[in-house]
Design a protein around this ligand. Structure first.
Ligand SMILES: [Zn+2]
Ligand SMILES: [Zn+2]
Length: 304
């Protein structure tokens, strides 16, 4: 079991989980119920998250709550066992709750965008989160984050209907989720090698590119000092801000695919789930061959 945990800012810790990150928010040695988990990694991440929490906050320290940036499978993989083991409430934006209560599936991913094995594999990813029933609660209106008085949530839709980022104005720390990321997530090598670059949201799951652009612009306006993203290594300082502002200003050229299912027609969703989405796209024979070649690498990369 790994206990890797990295300090990102005061009371903000990253738990790197091979292809995705979870974050812990709370003062060091916060103790029982003194901290919050943000996102819950892959289905194999439970041990790593538990060990990281113990290392940061003390043995057996349970969180006061879990807050989700969104409910995609790679952010909620260990949500149910962790929430049960810790008997903790889970907070998400109301527009994500249908995918966390068994009421709806996300619109199908578009494997044709992004250009990489992680994108090609995307039709195989789960589109529904765990059904955690009454444990999930809507984030309070007006941006308050339960148990974290210094933090605000910001609705940043486009990648997912109820995607939120978390921002702390005192030091301009941003937990961006997948609104933008710091690696080329669609590519297996980009995801594994993690060269640091401010990059648009993972394309294959992004269902509304107009909203995704508006969300990046809103986050750029916050002028974050550190950006802790759902994928990739956190970036900080003027060079990160310059890249983020460039992405915001030139989003259509840098991030938006030239074509794709959701480029042509965004999916629509409300608090009951998806209203309009295209049918699933299944991998072609050529893509299945490529998937076969890459599957072992992917399995190795996601083992933690
Ligand atoms: Zn996502
Ligand atoms: Zn993600």
């Amino acid at each position: 079991m790994s206990s890797t945990v990295e300090r990102v800012a005061d009371g903000l810790f990253r738990v790197p989980l091979s292809i995705v990150n979870a974050y812990l928010i709370g003062p060091p040695r916060a103790g029982d119920r003194g901290w919050v988990l943000v996102d819950a990694g892959l289905s194999t991440s439970r041990g790593a998250i538990t060990a990281a929490a113990a290392a940061a906050f003390g043995p057996h320290a349970r969180p006061a709550a879990v807050v989700l940036t969104h409910g995609h499978f790679d952010h909620v993989g260990s949500l149910r066992p962790l929430a049960e083991q810790w008997d903790a409430p889970v907070y998400a934006h109301p527009l994500e709750i249908p995918y966390l209560t068994g009421r709806a599936e996300y619109p199908p991913p578009d494997p044709s965008v992004g250009g990489g094995a992680v994108a090609w594999l995307s039709p195989l990813y789960s589109r529904s989160g765990p059904d955690i029933g009454p444990r999930v609660r809507p984030l309070p209106a007006a941006g308050a984050v339960p148990f974290l008085p210094d933090w605000r949530w910001v609705h940043t839709p486009g990648h997912a209907p109820g995607h939120v980022a978390l921002f702390r104005a005192t030091d301009r720390a941003l937990v961006a989720g997948d609104a933008f990321v710091t690696t080329k997530q669609e590519s297996l090598f980009g995801a594994v090698l993690k060269p640091q670059v401010v990059h648009g949201p993972p394309a294959y799951f992004t269902i509304d590119w107009e909203l995704a652009r508006a969300s990046v612009r809103e986050l750029a306006r916050l002028n974050p000092e550190v950006a802790a993203t759902g994928h990739g290594v956190p970036m900080r300082g003027p060079s990160m801000r310059a890249e983020l502002h460039r992405l915001a200003a030139d989003f259509d050229r840098l991030a938006r695919p030239t074509d794709g299912v959701y480029v042509r027609s965004p999916a629509r969703a409300d608090a009951a789930g998806v209203l309009r989405a295209p049918p699933p796209v299944f991998p072609t024979a050529a893509v299945l061959l490529a998937i076969g070649a890459g599957a072992a690498v992917a399995a190795a990369a996601t083992r933690r």
